[in-house]
Design a protein around this ligand. Structure first.
Ligand SMILES: [Cu+2]
Length: 264
């Protein structure tokens, strides 16, 4: 037998390594600027996950290097290792610790998602049409105002984006809003965002969708409600017929509800 493991020392080394790794990793600005009410919560969730991951990594490293050092074969030792079978305490520990971590991470993520998707009073609904390799948008109000390649939304008002993919799967991502949502042909998916900073951002397709995927972007303008109303009123076109058709064919939403529910 090799004797008992120095568990207290290994734990202390794990905690120290976790603290050092977390300090380095948390000092890096991974997320960039935040511009929606979800941003702070998503960033906090990421920070918690970084600390948890640092802990798991540290635990594995401490045990690995302890084993490398402690059980190293002596020079000239050609014998086989000792046959070992089963270790109840170890098996309980390596089942219990990951279970607790995964359940906590799942529960905490659920809580954050619930909070950031909490329906607000008087949301506005915007239809998003994605196709290889362009974005276009339909706004509520009479005439179903329509814009191509440029999305405008009012600041400090919850927006329900209804996504309608026309060909393959695309994905709607505005990094500053921290929100990503797949656009799937045949169904309508919804992303809920409350932009809280006036400015110009970029909508990026974040699902590899074909040759032109990397250039599938659109300008995003978050502006005051009056500027937004004026912009929508000045839009020349209405939603083209094929897109209206796709609204009707998509499942999981009522087209009547997806258009004009919010009112500009
Ligand atoms: Cu795409």
């Amino acid at each position: 037998m090799y004797g008992r493991l120095p568990i207290a020392k290994m734990l202390a080394a794990t905690v120290a390594l976790t603290a050092a790794m977390s300090a380095v990793m948390l000092s890096i600005n991974w997320d960039g600027q935040g511009a929606s009410t979800a941003a702070a919560k998503i960033d906090q969730l990421l920070d918690v996950m970084i600390v948890l991951s640092s802990f798991v990594f540290s635990l594995v490293m401490v045990m690995l290097f302890y084993a490398l050092w402690k059980f190293k074969a002596k020079p000239g030792d050609e014998s086989d290792g000792e046959p070992i079978h089963g270790n109840t305490r170890l098996e309980v520990a390596w089942t219990l610790i990951p279970t607790v971590i995964v359940l906590f991470a799942g529960g905490y993520s659920w809580k954050i998602l619930d909070e950031i998707e909490e329906p607000a009073k008087n949301p506005i609904t915007v239809d998003v049409f994605s196709q290889q390799y362009a974005w276009s948008f339909g706004y509520p109000g009479k005439g179903f105002a329509y814009s191509q390649g440029e999305l405008h939304v009012p600041v400090n008002r919850q927006v329900h984006f209804k996504m309608h993919a026309q060909d393959v799967i695309h994905s709607f991502w505005v990094p500053e809003w921290r929100i990503k949502k797949d656009n799937v042909p045949g169904i309508t998916t919804t992303a809920i965002v409350t932009p809280d900073k006036i400015g110009t951002y970029q909508l990026i397709c974040t699902e590899l969708c074909g040759f032109g995927h990397a250039s599938m972007r659109a300008k995003v303008v978050v502006e005051s409600p009056s500027d937004f109303r004026k912009w929508v009123a000045d839009l020349p076109g209405k939603i083209p017929d094929p897109f209206m058709e796709s609204l009707k064919q998509d499942t999981e939403t009522d087209p009547a509800e997806s258009l004009g529910a919010g009112g500009a």
